[in-house]
Design a protein around this ligand. Structure first.
Ligand code: TXA
Ligand code: MG
Length: 349
């Protein structure tokens, strides 16, 4: 299959998006930008389109897709019930990086929800995405547009790397703004529960709701017997090809340890990658030292993470040592991705 790149230009934006919408209306797939990461979109109400999304990604079919909408009215059509909590959260955070899980209505095929009776819904905060959804019939199922297991794409070029020849078209509207996927909240239980940490933090949510939100216990345990409630969270993900090890502890000790390990690896003939922040980047000597930005600038750290993980592959490193980036709310989301990329290999100093 020949993959067409649809570049968005200010002057012809509408006709370019219409071209993509026509493909989706016809049952085809188009990768498109959102504010979080690039998505791989198809008509969410068409079981065939959802099946094609799984095939293009090589994704296990029990891992449900997020349905992207362009207005809140659409939520009523694809759910059995959307109560006050959903409305309040949508008013506060939509369009934006928040996905809500609700009981699905009959028009949503099980192919889209990985066999579940619930559906994940999000209104993305990106003008191209919103226009595409409106012109495509209102409901676009879209996982991140990476091959299953690879880091999520934050540029159209990343999508080309993974999807060229597999899908009819990719919309290129430049790099995304946020860089990690949406926060997922489950609204089907007694309490509001976070199933995937993201840019919107537990504090942001509880401030708006006026009550505590819980976090899926499986996210903070490495115990293999506790299955996470978002099926996708159980898979190895974001992983660079090289072995990756996180080093946790006092900042100075961490830098010294990583420096030593890098020296050891390189003198043993290995190419070493280091993932760090600006303050320590200059002190390291290794084949590939990548800084995510200033340590205090959590948004920058999140925005640069996936591109950095992809670069390690391009540079063909054999082993990667990474500093940790926990701290505030977004830091938790970053650490969640890093832990998965490192298959939970952490050395605590
Ligand atoms: O920011 C995002 O959310 C991006 C952009 C493209 O919108 N999308 C994204 O989709 O990250 P994906 O498919 O890569 O991740 C969706 C996650 C998976 O972990 C999946 O298991 C979970 O959402 N999920 C989807 N529907 C669910 C449901 N009904 N119940 C529980 N988890 C669900
Ligand atoms: Mg994904």
């Amino acid at each position: 299959m020949n993959t067409q790149i649809i570049k968005i230009t200010e002057n012809h934006m509408e006709s370019e998006i219409e071209e993509a919408a026509e493909i989706i209306r016809g049952g085809g797939l188009v990768a498109f930008p959102t504010e979080t990461v690039y998505g791989l979109g198809g008509n969410a109400l068409n079981p065939g389109a959802s099946a094609d999304i799984y095939a293009a990604k090589g994704r296990p079919s029990d891992n449900p897709l997020i349905v992207h909408v362009a207005d809140f009215e659409s939520v009523y059509k694809i759910t059995k019930e959307a109560g006050d909590t959903a409305r309040i959260l949508a008013e506060a955070f939509w369009p934006g990086p928040l996905t809500m899980i609700l009981p699905k209505s009959d028009i949503v095929p099980k192919e889209t929800t990985g066999g579940l009776d619930t559906v994940a819904i999000r209104m993305p905060n990106h003008p191209v995405a919103l226009e595409l959804i409106r012109r495509s019939g209102g409901y676009i199922a879209a996982p991140s547009a990476n091959v299953s297991g690879r880091p999520s794409p934050t540029t159209a070029q990343h999508v080309v790397e993974d999807m060229d020849g597999r899908i009819p078209a990719i919309i290129d509207a430049g790099p995304v703004g946020i860089g990690i996927e949406s926060t997922i909240v489950d609204l089907t239980g007694e309490e509001v529960q976070i199933l995937r940490p993201g840019y919107i933090t537990p504090d942001d949510l509880s401030r708006v709701l006026g009550r505590r939100v819980s976090i899926d216990p499986a996210l903070t345990q490495v115990d293999k017997d506790v299955a996470p409630k978002a099926p996708g969270m159980k898979y190895r993900h974001y992983a660079p090809r090289a072995q990756m090890i996180l080093i946790e502890g006092d900042a100075r000790e961490v830098a010294a340890y990583i420096g030593e390990k890098a020296l050891e690896a390189e003198s043993g003939g290995k190419r070493c990658g280091i993932l760090c922040a600006d303050d320590t980047a200059g002190s390291y000597h290794a084949s590939c030292v990548l800084s995510l930005g200033e340590r205090e600038d959590e948004a920058a750290i999140a925005r640069h993470l996936f591109a950095a993980l992809r670069s390690f592959d391009e540079q063909g490193v054999d082993v990667i040592y990474s500093e940790c980036f926990n701290g505030g709310g977004i830091g938790e989301a970053v650490m969640n991705r890093l832990l998965k990329a490192a298959a939970h290999q952490v050395i605590k100093l």
